[in-house]
Write a new protein. Structure first.
Length: 291
């Protein structure tokens, strides 16, 4: 088994809202199908302020939002309009192309809110990268919870620890929230070939690598790593089968070929974009970046 320590990079998006990006990393461009892993916040927005991520496009991936605190209003070009709260799952499959926005809902914006959560991007296998886009919201009560010695797990997506999430996925994977007490010890699921652990709060040891809050470790090959909790902790566990090829990543696009990326860039950059609009959020959008 090979285990690597991952140190993320933090970016301030303004108004005290910080994002810590853990993946991709020089030591791990992806873990299972996970190609992006971000922690949002924690942030405290004052009255009449909040998060405003204007409409922007995606291809070839699924975006997943998991909150510990706060709320986010999701709108997309399929007509979806959903407020996500802690414990719920928003799973958006971009496929051949989707546009969405993420904003603080009006009530929370008016009174101010704390916001803290995880966002990940899951690359789609080649067989599904140009599928029709989908959006599914799963309420907290629908997700399986697994009691283990020393705490509880929530299986957000995929299969692990004897439970399967209702979220539709397209390749073997697992995404789990673990709230564990000091002394808890558990091996990672053996049916998967790549594993990762991100410590949100507390401290742990993963495959022999010491982790404190905001640290990550990833492992592959050989026996599954063992997670040992050294302080009461909140930890995100994730991984799955290796990808079916090295993906190309550019801005919000993931694809098996540069041609698909270039086509998406051309589609979004035209004044009359061939990407669909977001109903109720048609008047703004994030322009194509110039790198």
């Amino acid at each position: 088994m090979t285990t690597d320590f991952i140190d993320g990079k933090q970016k301030d998006l303004g108004d005290g809202f910080k994002v810590r990006r853990m993946l991709p990393h020089l030591k791990a461009r992806h873990v299972g199908p996970f190609v992006f892993f971000d922690q949002m916040g924690p942030a405290d927005f004052g009255e009449d302020s909040g998060m405003d991520v204007r409409p922007h496009p995606h291809i070839g991936l699924a975006t997943v939002t998991w909150l510990f605190a706060g709320a986010i209003r999701h709108r997309d070009s399929l007509g979806s309009l959903v407020d996500i709260h802690p414990g719920d799952v928003n799973w958006m499959t971009a496929g051949r192309g989707i546009v969405h926005s993420e904003r603080t809902p009006p009530d929370e914006r008016h009174r101010g809110q704390a916001l803290h959560g995880i966002q990940v991007w899951v690359a789609l296998p080649k067989t599904h990268e140009t599928m029709d886009p989908e959006f599914h919201h799963h309420a907290a009560a629908t997700l399986p919870k697994v009691d283990v010695e020393g705490g509880q797990l929530v299986v957000i997506a995929g299969e692990a620890f004897g439970a399967a999430s209702p979220v539709r996925v397209f390749a073997p994977m697992f995404f789990v929230e673990a709230r564990l007490r000091k002394g808890a010890r558990m091996p990672m699921p053996a049916q998967h070939a790549e594993w990762g652990a991100y410590v949100v709060e507390g401290a742990a040891r993963f495959g022999g690598v010491e982790l404190k809050a905001l640290d990550m470790a990833v492992a592959h090959d050989g026996e599954p790593p063992v997670l040992e909790v050294t302080e009461d902790a909140l930890i995100m566990l994730f991984g799955g089968a290796p990808l079916d090829g090295e993906p190309h990543l550019w801005w919000n696009f993931v694809a098996s070929s540069k041609e698909l990326i270039e086509a998406a860039k051309a589609d979004w950059s035209t004044q009359a974009s061939r990407f669909p609009v977001v109903p109720g959020d048609e008047h703004e959008r994030i322009p194509l970046p110039v790198y």
